[in-house]
Ligand binder design. Structure first.
Ligand code: NDP
Length: 251
């Protein structure tokens, strides 16, 4: 029970990578609060799945509706965790969206909503969390970036800018908050089999798989394993790093 007595907040935990992370942490004894934007049924499903899997050893899991792209809502989410459980040991900034289009056709709305969710959302949550972390004697933050933040991808100017921004933000916060015992790292997944990728046309998915040296999409659990390690006490001397998990895509 690596995470017994630990409390984590995971944004966007109702499906995909966030769901796998919530499960991994809870299965290791953590108390986990996760946010979702709109899909309450999916959030409830995560809790039901966990409680039917292993009641005795699984930590408490709570879902709250919160839009990361709204500053007030993000602050309330942090306050809610502290009200419920007295502290937060770690924050996983996972929630994210794509709105792809060729750059010359990209609307202001499309640009702004991706930046607001993927980058500003992390700013709001992290700002609200850091004060709590310092009072708690330290903390850990994992930001969900992407290989799109490392290499350019056609049709993803807004998404690439948001995920590249996250890598830079991760380094900056790591340096600024090291003296408060806060470690800040990022994960950069390649193509992982979640709704975000499954919604692509079969032809596109086949083409993608061919470009990956391991010739397959990643599994959400493979991202959850590394995220869990970054939140653990085994990882206290690593900060400001971005761990790429992509089957060799960027190698
Ligand atoms: P999904 O689309 O499957 O899930 C997204 C989650 O984020 C959902 O729980 C959703 O809640 C939540 N969410 C979206 N917008 C908001 C918001 N404004 N406020 C709060 N919650 C929100 O995404 P993935 O699991 O695939 O991706 C998770 C993260 O990993 C993202 O940051 C993504 O950019 C990144 N990533 C994913 C890759 C992949 O291949 N899948 C590759 C690289 C990075 P709801 O259902 O209620 O809307």
């Amino acid at each position: 029970m690596e995470f017994e007595n630990k409390v984590f907040l995971v944004t966007g935990g109702s499906r995909g990578l966030g769901k796998a992370i919530v499960k991994k942490l809870a299965q290791n004894g953590a108390t986990v609060v996760f946010t979702y934007r709109s899909n309450k049924d999916a959030a409830q499903q995560v809790i039901s799945e966990l409680s039917s899997e292993n009641k005795d050893s699984t930590g408490t899991v709570v879902a709250i509706q919160s839009d990361v792209s709204e500053s007030e809502s993000a602050v309330k989410a942090i306050d809610k965790v502290v009200d419920l459980f007295g502290k937060i040991d770690g924050l996983v900034n996972n929630a994210g969206i794509t709105q792809d289009s060729p750059f010359y056709k990209m609307s202001d709305d499309s640009w702004n909503s991706v930046i607001n969710t993927n980058l500003n959302g992390v700013f709001y949550l992290t700002k609200a969390y850091l004060g709590r972390a310092i009072r708690n004697g330290g903390g850990k933050i994992v930001n969900m970036s992407s290989v799109s933040g490392i290499k350019g991808l056609k049709g993803q100017a807004n998404y690439c800018a948001s995920k590249g921004g996250l890598i830079a933000l991760t380094k900056s916060l790591a340096v600024e908050y090291a003296r408060f015992n806060v470690q800040v790292n990022a994960v950069a997944p390649g193509y992982i089999a979640t709704e975000m990728v499954e919604s692509l046309a079969d032809k596109v998915k086949q083409k993608i798989s061919k470009t990956i040296p391991q010739q397959r999409l990643g599994k959400p659990q493979e991202i959850a394993n590394v995220t869990s390690f970054l939140l653990s006490q085994q990882c206290n001397y690593m900060t400001g790093q971005t761990i790429t998990i992509d089957g060799g895509l960027t190698a």
